[in-house]
Design a binder for this molecule. Structure first.
Ligand SMILES: [Zn+2]
Length: 440
């Protein structure tokens, strides 16, 4: 079969193959032919002409998934990122699948805009882009968006990210309709009544800097409210970008009572505290804000105990001029997709919070399961050849000027890190590589 001339085979040789879904962790070979995985672990027949990728010392993982990115297309005339540049940046970071947030201009609240995003991404081919659809028209919280129609057009999840769905009755309706459409709902947990004028974590540093306060309770109260509303609805409910340590316990209690509740952690909420607002200025302005060491420890403990099971970047490109403003006026957010892997290594593996298989589960099978894509985030015979080869030891320095994303708003610029995606493959096609291949 493998000798049919028009087929292309690639052998990933002698890598540490980790497939969190099947709990496989073995040193061996992996063969793909065309867009499919055909052998894992031991490869008996290597077709003539097979390309060989030496994976000695590297991890061979299912393609990484990031369920929270902002690619800003349609962009309303501004160009801090497009699906094209975002997809290239994702591939460079080791990602094969991303979920784009609908706070575009105009907001992604119709089946037409969902179809258009899918079409654009397909033509680029660098990364599988799965757009999410708005919960409410224009993300205004007033009128329900056509969730069922958007789902049929390919919306992978429902969210008004950037804003919370504030009204209780509207929220209950969104959960009901998302549940009927068999899609998860992703919440941006921010009670606007508690964050009026808020720009950073409420505490001594905020007081010292004289900036508006954004308390933890703004996040926790929305989580509590949503999980109460969802109790009898049973939608798959997901908390985006957790910042407060106390949020972990609220989610855990819901899980223990049998609710489908999950949460995600972003690199910046694992590595930076509110002190960074003093040293890095607006580069440390985030929504939700950076908090304290205590919060980081609680989120990491939640990760260790499998309460928080997903890692997501909240990659948020902004033009420099909107970050150059005074702190209260500057944009919230940072880019991170090209350096996320190394940052997670530093935050979670270097201090033994978790090991590689658990971390990769948080970047492959766990997010795939949340978005209902059991064909993604795993390595299996006959499955899609979405593969990321990671050199866990490779040392490098984050250099924002080298990002494929045109945005440069990254507080990790200049950090010395280790761990790098050295090859990314999407459906059998190499979308990023810094390794040489040989033929046999
Ligand atoms: Zn958000």
């Amino acid at each position: 079969m493998g000798t049919i001339p028009y087929m292309t085979s690639i052998l990933f040789k002698h890598g540490r193959i980790i497939d969190p879904h099947s709990r496989l962790d073995v040193v061996g070979d992996l063969l793909i032919t065309d867009d499919r995985v055909v052998a894992i672990g031991t490869v008996d027949n290597i077709p003539t002409g097979t390309e060989i990728i030496d994976c000695e010392g590297c991890i061979v993982s299912p393609g990484l998934i990031d369920i929270h990115v902002h690619f800003r297309e349609p962009c309303g005339g501004r160009h801090e990122e497009t699906i094209s540049t975002g997809a290239a940046a994702a591939a460079a970071g080791g990602f094969t699948t991303v979920c784009t947030m609908p706070n575009t201009t105009p907001a992604t609240d119709s089946p037409e805009l969902i179809s258009s995003a899918i079409e654009i991404a397909k033509n680029i081919g660098k990364c599988r882009v799965l757009p999410t659809g708005c919960a409410t028209i224009g993300r205004q919280g007033k009128e329900l968006a056509p969730i069922a129609d958007m789902t049929r057009a390919g919306a992978i999840a429902i969210t008004d990210d950037g804003d919370v769905v504030e009204d209780d009755a509207m929220m209950a309706e969104v959960l009901q309709v998302a549940c009927e459409a068999d899609r998860c709902f992703m919440q941006h947990c921010q009670d606007p009544k508690l964050t009026i004028g808020g720009v950073m974590h409420a505490g001594p540093i905020q007081e010292e800097l004289g900036l508006g306060a954004w308390p933890r309770e703004a996040e926790e109260s929305i989580i509590t409210r949503d999980l109460t509303l969802n109790k009898n609805i049973g939608c798959a409910w997901h908390a985006q970008h957790l910042s407060s340590g106390s949020s972990v316990a609220i989610i855990e209690a819901a899980q223990q009572s049998g609710q489908r509740a999950t949460g995600e952690a972003s690199p910046h909420h694992l590595l930076l505290t509110d002190e960074a607002c003093k040293t890095l200025g607006t580069m440390a302005k985030m929504n939700p804000p950076l908090r304290t060491k205590k919060d980081i420890e609680a989120i990491k403990d939640g990760i260790k105990r499998n309460v928080i099971t997903i890692l997501a970047t909240d990659h948020a490109p902004h033009p420099q001029e909107t970050k150059d403003l005074p702190f209260p006026d500057a944009s919230f957010g940072i880019v991170g997709i090209e350096c996320a892997l190394a940052l997670y290594v530093r935050a979670l593996i270097d201090d033994n919070t978790i090991d590689w298989p658990q971390m990769l589960a948080m970047m492959t099978s766990n997010p795939a399961n949340l978005i209902g894509r059991s064909d993604l985030g795993r390595l299996e015979i006959g499955g899609k050849a979405d593969i990321t080869v990671i050199n866990p030891q490779e040392k490098w320095t984050i250099n924002a000027t080298e990002f494929l994303s045109p945005a440069r708003n990254c507080p990790f610029d200049g950090w010395n890190v280790h761990g790098k995606a050295v090859l990314t493959m999407l459906g059998g096609k190499i979308t990023h590589t810094q390794v040489k291949t040989t033929s046999c």
